[in-house]
Design a binder for this molecule. Structure first.
Ligand code: MIC
Ligand code: SF4
Length: 644
């Protein structure tokens, strides 16, 4: 055989026979994860399936996103999720234990297995040779019920790495280089499989940084082989028994090959407001910085934070900078405290936060008005930091630390030799902040603890054969889920209350949207290309559904958001001729006769007196889901869920 790594894992998990690009594929799922921002919905959805226990090999709930508790809501959600985990047989990673992707990589990821996570950065575990995909909560709920996961077989791109990184250049710069070359759309429909001689120079946490930000390229997943580096990492995590070797066949074939000479890279930076607005750091050196934030699932490993601590040791951060640091996991934080690096960070003036997503998702530490914030995170969409006027730049930990000292954006290469960090041979492996699943008889007696903010799931009626109404909003290209339904402390607290959270749909883009949607009793959204890029939050579909949005007409869609629209019965339609996008305007009255949704449908723009051809980009299963008003009514209607 001439299988690449992706094909090998998919063949081993396939419950359909397809492994050709673009064809529908159903795979069995070994592990799932979700967290407190996506998890309450996923939990309610799983509950609605009326099963006694999850059927996956391993499922984990993490408390990492909604950790600021300015009211009762987040704390109530944590309790609900803890009781859900106890009731249905999941592991529960307690608040303070760390960011889901970092902890999963350390404690649970297994090469060769499949992982489905209700978070777009789930592919982080691709750094460990897992086939890991980010999806909406409902897809995770279905996977926990034993349903196979259905996806389009991605094209497989080999990203061939050669050479070795130069001093002060890091894994973050590799993925920023890819974003510079291929943009936030460049990975859509693709799985990125890393290989080549340069790959073996990268440790598992560095690979995880790269795999993590494959999400920003729009890729379905990113994956590295499982080799000696993987074995060393697992061994150091006291999980040597989980290692298996995994590599592509020598004559494996790929749909595309992307080449990177690691030695040719230099420190890079993504400018506001998109992860692909990348340029060399030296091009904007000297720009004054107000805030530096080091952390997130992209760059908060032991190596990253030891690098930062070594740079900051004995120095004080610039008077004009607020430096906040959030270690990715309790394990990382504990090790920094044991080896003294935490004291170096504190001494330099860093403000140490708990191990959580924190500022990455606007959960505190919003920058000042018009503030320049340098962050080691993965996304810099406008407003995501919590300050609409802030200018967020994405960089490596090295650039962040050096700039925090200087008070302005700085290229670290002028500083002589970079710190040499030795990866530990043994991480403290104790899991005392992870609660194990209860045995079935005890689990069944557990009551779910439901606070007053946890509201029942709204459901949608089956799709009518004809859709009529107004265009509620017309948007441009690359609209992110942060634009559709903002994050930040205020809105995140409402993730388990759809009637309340739906009042924030498009709040930062057009604060009059909700009023218009209510007055028109719903309608349509029109958008450009890559609609719904970014996070997996299905609230960006459920919120509009709750407000009566019937269909989204766009030039193209981001993968996860399109799946979420379908899962909640909102019809995604694509312009057959992208030029027709110019015709429709906000407020236009439109009429769409749907038929069987098998081929072109015609939209009549009654205001403009024009006909526009649209493609319903749905496979047979998706067609059935949308027609039934969403995945939950569809799957329940099939009646094939076994109560065992
Ligand atoms: C994000 O980075 O945007 C999040 C918050 O982790 C989301 C999940 C969510 O919105 O709940 C993601 O990436 O999927
Ligand atoms: Fe958390 Fe940020 Fe990672 Fe999303 S991108 S999981 S908010 S750290």
């Amino acid at each position: 055989m001439a299988d690449n790594l992706v094909e090998k894992i998919l063949k081993a998990h396939s419950v359909s026979d397809q492994t050709r690009p673009g064809e529908p594929l159903a795979i069995s799922i070994d592990q799932t994860l979700f967290h407190d921002a996506t998890g309450t919905m996923a939990a309610l959805q799983f509950e609605a399936l009326s099963l006694p226990r999850v059927k996956t090999k391993l499922s984990v709930v993490y408390i990492d996103h909604n950790t600021l508790q300015v009211g009762f809501e987040n704390a109530d959600d944590h309790l609900f999720l803890q009781s859900f985990a106890a009731r249905y047989g999941l592991y529960f990673s307690r608040p303070g234990n760390g960011i889901c992707h970092q902890v999963h990589l350390e404690r649970f990821a297994i090469p060769g297995q499949t992982l489905l996570g209700a978070d777009s950065h789930t592919p982080t575990c691709g750094g460990m040779g897992m086939f890991s995909v980010g999806v909406g909560g409902l897809d995770v709920a279905l996977a926990m019920s034993g349903e196979p996961f259905c996806m389009k077989m991605p094209q497989v791109v080999q990203v061939r790495l050669s050479g070795r990184l130069s001093p002060w250049v890091s894994a973050k710069d590799i993925i920023l280089e890819l974003l510079l070359r291929y943009t936030v759309k460049g990975g859509v429909g693709k799985a990125l499989e890393y290989g080549g001689p340069g790959m073996s120079t990268l440790s598992v946490p560095e690979r995880a940084t790269i795999a993590n930000m494959g999400a920003e390229l729009g890729a379905t997943t990113s994956i590295f082989p499982s080799d000696a580096m993987t074995r060393a990492f697992l061994k150091s995590q006291r999980r040597g028994q989980d290692w298996i070797p995994l590599s592509p066949d020598a004559d494996a074939r790929y749909d595309e090959i992307w080449e990177i000479d690691l030695g040719s890279l230099e420190p890079l930076i993504a400018q506001p407001h998109s992860p692909d607005k990348v340029c060399p750091v030296r091009d904007i050196e000297g720009l004054k910085v107000d805030q530096v934030m080091i952390g997130s699932c992209t760059n908060s490993s032991f190596k990253d934070l030891m690098t930062v601590a070594s740079i900051l040791k004995g120095k004080t951060i610039s008077p004009n900078v607020s430096l906040v640091i959030s270690p990715g996991s309790r394990q990382v934080l504990k090790m920094l405290s044991l080896n003294g690096a935490l004291a170096d960070l504190i001494e330099s003036g860093a403000r140490i936060l708990e191990s959580c997503c924190g500022p990455c998702i606007g959960m505190g530490q919003a920058p000042c008005t018009n503030g320049v914030s340098l962050r080691t995170i993965n996304r810099n969409f406008k407003g995501r930091s919590g300050t609409q006027s802030a200018l967020v730049y994405l960089v490596s930990p090295e650039v962040a630390a050096v700039s925090a000292i200087k008070g302005s954006i700085a290229d670290p290469r002028t500083l002589g030799d970079p710190p040499r960090i030795h990866l530990p041979e043994d991480y403290p492996g104790e899991d005392n902040m992870i609660l194990s699943p209860l045995l079935a008889d005890k689990a069944e007696k557990t009551e779910l603890i439901r606070g007053p903010n946890i509201k029942p799931l709204p459901l949608k009626e089956p799709l009518p054969r004809r859709l009529t109404g107004r265009v509620l909003i017309k948007l441009g290209d690359h609209v992110s889920t942060d634009d559709i339904l903002p994050s930040g402390a205020k809105v995140l607290a409402l993730r388990s209350n759809i009637p309340a959270i739906s009042q924030y749909v498009f709040e930062n883009t057009d604060p009059t949207f909700v009023k218009r949607a209510k007055e028109s009793a719903g309608g349509f959204i029109v958008a450009g290309s890559n609609y719904g890029q970014g996070s997996s939050r299905e609230h960006a579909a459920i919120g509009p559904m709750f407000l009566g949005v019937k269909a989204v007409v766009a030039k193209s869609f981001a993968r996860i958001h399109m799946a979420n629209l379908i899962n909640f019965g909102i019809l995604p339609l694509m312009f057959k001729d992208e030029g027709d996008y110019q015709i429709i305007e906000q407020g236009d009255e439109i009429d769409i006769e749907l038929g069987e949704l098998e081929s072109t449908v015609v939209l009549i723009d009654k205001t403009k007196n024009k006909e526009i051809s649209l493609t319903p980009v749905l496979n047979e299963r998706e067609r059935m889901i949308v027609k039934n008003g969403g995945a939950l009514p569809y799957v329940k209607g099939l009646g094939k869920l076994q109560k065992s």
